[in-house]
Ligand binder design. Structure first.
Ligand SMILES: [Fe+2]
Ligand SMILES: [Fe+2]
Length: 724
């Protein structure tokens, strides 16, 4: 086969930045994606689904049947190749092509639960499905992590951590980012796309392991845990399968929201199936073309042409300098490859005798280290094919062209696009509480929340070293566990000492319980940011996600802390409106001050990265606050008046200092500080520790005049910094 018979690999196209930008933006755990025009653009994409409407059962069957057939097509492609090197090319390209989606397997569910809806049984199903994907309970146990293991096995993982780095991987073209970019974009606007996301989810589970991976699995059956990569599979022997839980989540949603939601679920399903088919078809085409060694060689030349053209002005190749050839490579590498193959640099069929990959790139050669070992393998494979057996590349026929990737028309990224319909910043605490219960919000709300957090932290820092701070002045690598046990003893002693004290009156108990409702009914809000896919499975974040998962009852309504709290309120004769309703925030039984701390939780929970050390400190204070002491005391009071003690009992156990939330909270801090030492040296420890201590104190900051003044100063400073 002549070099010219394969069309040049696709170069960058006009829409290229959009797809990668979309992917990059949507992987940001603090992403504030605008509404307005962007949402219209996403809806337009969804409506382009070329799969006809049908019942959900029929769609599930259709997806499974397509997947099986498509997997067969990929393995047949592999079957055409005898040479191990050629097979490895297909394995590499299939693995890389699936990476942007497979490294985020399940991530589209990451924001479905929010502080305003996580007492809803339908949402608890979604959370259960997501916890399953994340592999809750262990670090690096997500489906994406299993895929990362495959990339590592193949030595392809250099751009895979964090997964957003993939956008810089030149081996991947835009087409591979399209489906995940749209899924992740929708994941950041859960209030706008819940049914469509669940429909797409059900489609992906019905498809199971991505068809192209069938050939990888055939070649490398033990390279990773394939059962984890398959999103339809169960995570434990006695657990439900991903497909079963996905179906249950869809049913719960449709039961809650009715037939209109069912239509949107099917739309999401049909879109995902159409997009998968289109993408898979093109990946198949890519692998097919890449069977011919000249394709990868042309791709390599095009990639290197710009840098290469700077040199080689004096090196002639046939009628012109090599630098001119290289310049032309940017658009069409094949003429140069033909000339090169006729030159003395190449001995056709004999890479071991070709100066291009021997002398020139050797230690003393002029092109030493110009090609990476992977590049050299591509060049050698090409030279080997030049006079190799005619079957090399046979079957491609004619003039195969790798088609352009489909475009993704998402361009309305800038907040300005939303400015017209933007909500103003909240007028007061109650309004802020209501707005922050949702995952999405206007840029004005985001700015308001950031300023509020800075102000709160400024207040928390006030007089921090003047005593009363339980955390030690310095952190040592021994960790916080010994300190934790001491604190537990202290709580217990305080409880014993106070056992003679009078318990509050019934009225006072009810009032305290009611005023705490805006806080307790959003249990877990301070760590809501850790549902983000990368954080939920990270070394530091996995235990925070696990804590969040526990607060919300591990997907079970009868274990859901906010619902258990509502039971006590009901027993007290206090029947509150739904947490997410405007009436709740405006309910006149609450005092304004009862929203101060909850709003802080909701605000800081949106920034798991910006305020990571503060959240870690706050989380420890939060989980430790009741155990051993105040929960036990609250129990006595509740019992005295005949109210259920379940809420405090459950917390005194799940937050325990040996294996419970407070132990995990301490471990997360120790892990974080150890990683800081490892990455930035001990010098960075003091700043990080100070921020953790501030976070710890922020659960219960000083409230005097000067402290509040310090808070206002910090808030103003932050607002001014943003304005600059
Ligand atoms: Fe809780
Ligand atoms: Fe807890």
């Amino acid at each position: 086969m002549s070099a010219a018979s394969v069309a040049p690999p696709t170069g960058p196209t006009t829409h290229a930045p959009t797809v990668r930008t979309a992917y990059l933006r949507a992987t940001d755990p603090e992403a504030g994606l605008p509404g307005g025009r962007l949402l219209d653009q996403v809806r337009e994409e969804l409506r382009r689904a070329a799969v006809p409407d049908d019942t959900l059962d029929a769609l599930v069957e259709q997806a499974a049947a397509w997947s099986a057939e498509e997997a067969g097509r990929f393995t047949r492609l592999l079957g055409l190749l005898d040479d191990a090197e050629d097979r490895a090319v297909l394995v590499r390209r299939a693995t890389l092509g699936c990476a942007p989606l497979a490294l985020h397997s399940g991530a589209w569910l990451q924001w479905l639960p929010s502080s305003g809806n996580c007492d809803d049984p339908a949402v608890l199903r979604m959370l259960a499905l997501y916890a399953h994907d994340v592999g809750v309970g262990a670090p690096h146990a997500s489906r994406g992590d299993a895929y990362l293991a495959l990339l590592r096995h193949l030595k392809l993982s250099e751009n895979a951590v964090p997964a957003s780095r993939l956008v810089g991987d030149q081996r991947l073209d835009e087409g591979h980012f399209l489906l995940p970019a749209l899924l992740l974009t929708m994941s950041r606007r859960p209030e706008d796309f819940t049914p469509q996301l669940l429909g797409a989810d059900l489609c992906l589970r019905s498809v199971g392991t991505l068809p192209a991976l069938a050939l990888v699995r055939q070649e490398l059956p033990t390279a990773t845990d394939w059962s984890v990569i398959d999103p339809s599979g169960a995570r434990a022997e006695d657990a439900d399968s991903g497909l079963t839980i996905s179906r249950a989540a869809v049913e719960a949603l449709v039961t809650r929201d009715g037939p209109a939601a069912a239509d949107e679920v099917r739309l999401g399903f049909r879109w995902a199936l159409a997009a998968l088919r289109q993408w898979s078809e093109r990946l198949h085409e890519e692998l097919d073309v890449a069977r011919d060694p000249v394709f990868e060689m042309a791709e390599l030349m095009r990639l290197r042409s710009r840098e290469g053209a700077v040199y080689h002005h004096t090196f002639p190749l046939e009628d012109k300098p090599l630098s001119d050839w290289l310049r032309e490579c940017a658009t069409d590498p094949y003429p140069m490859l033909e000339a090169l193959s006729r030159s003395r640099l190449i001995k056709p069929g004999k890479p071991e005798k070709s100066p291009l990959v021997t002398g020139l790139v050797g230690e003393r050669g002029r092109m030493f280290r110009v090609f990476s070992p992977e590049d050299l393998a591509v060049v050698r494979r090409w030279i080997g094919s030049l006079s190799g057996p005619a079957e090399r590349g046979a079957g491609l026929g004619g003039n195969p062209v790798l088609s352009e990737p489909p475009a993704l028309a998402l361009s309305a990224w800038d907040a300005a696009a939303e400015a017209a319909g933007a909500e103003a910043a909240p007028r007061d605490l109650r309004e802020a509480y209501h707005q922050l219960l949702r995952r999405t919000g206007s840029p004005a709300l985001r700015d308001w929340a950031t300023t509020y957090v800075h102000g709160w932290l400024g207040r928390s820092r006030h007089g921090i070293d003047r005593g009363g701070m339980p955390l030690p002045d310095r952190w040592t690598p021994r960790g916080l566990r010994p300190w934790l046990v001491e604190m537990h003893d202290q709580h217990s002693e305080e409880f014993e000492r106070g056992s003679e004290d009078e318990l509050p009156s019934k009225e006072a108990l009810i009032d305290a319980t009611v005023q705490q409702a805006p806080l307790t009914l959003i249990d877990g809000a301070w760590i809501a940011g850790f549902t983000d896919y990368a954080h939920a499975s990270s070394q530091i974040g996995h235990s925070l996600f696990d804590t969040y998962w526990d607060e919300l009852g591990n997907g079970e309504a009868h274990l859901n802390h906010p619902l258990i709290y509502r039971e006590v309120l009901d027993e007290m004769g206090v029947h509150l409106p739904p947490t997410a309703s405007r009436e709740f925030a405006q309910w006149d039984g609450f005092r304004d001050g009862s929203f101060e701390l909850p709003v802080y939780w909701l605000a800081i929970g949106r920034f798991p990265q910006t305020f990571l050390p503060e959240v870690l400190g706050l989380n420890l204070a939060m989980e430790l606050s009741g155990v051993g002491g105040s929960y036990r005391r609250a129990r006595l009071a509740l019992k005295k008046y005949g109210f259920s003690t379940r809420f405090v009992d459950i917390h005194n156990t799940v937050d325990n200092v040996a294996t419970g939330h407070s132990a995990w909270a301490a471990d997360a801090i120790d892990t974080y500080l150890s990683s800081i030492t490892a990455s930035q040296g001990e010098g960075a420890l003091d700043t990080a520790w100070d921020r953790i201590r501030t976070g710890y104190r922020s659960l219960n900051p000083p409230s005097g005049f000067r402290a509040r003044q310090a808070g206002r100063r910090a808030a103003n400073l932050a607002a001014r910094g943003r304005a600059r």
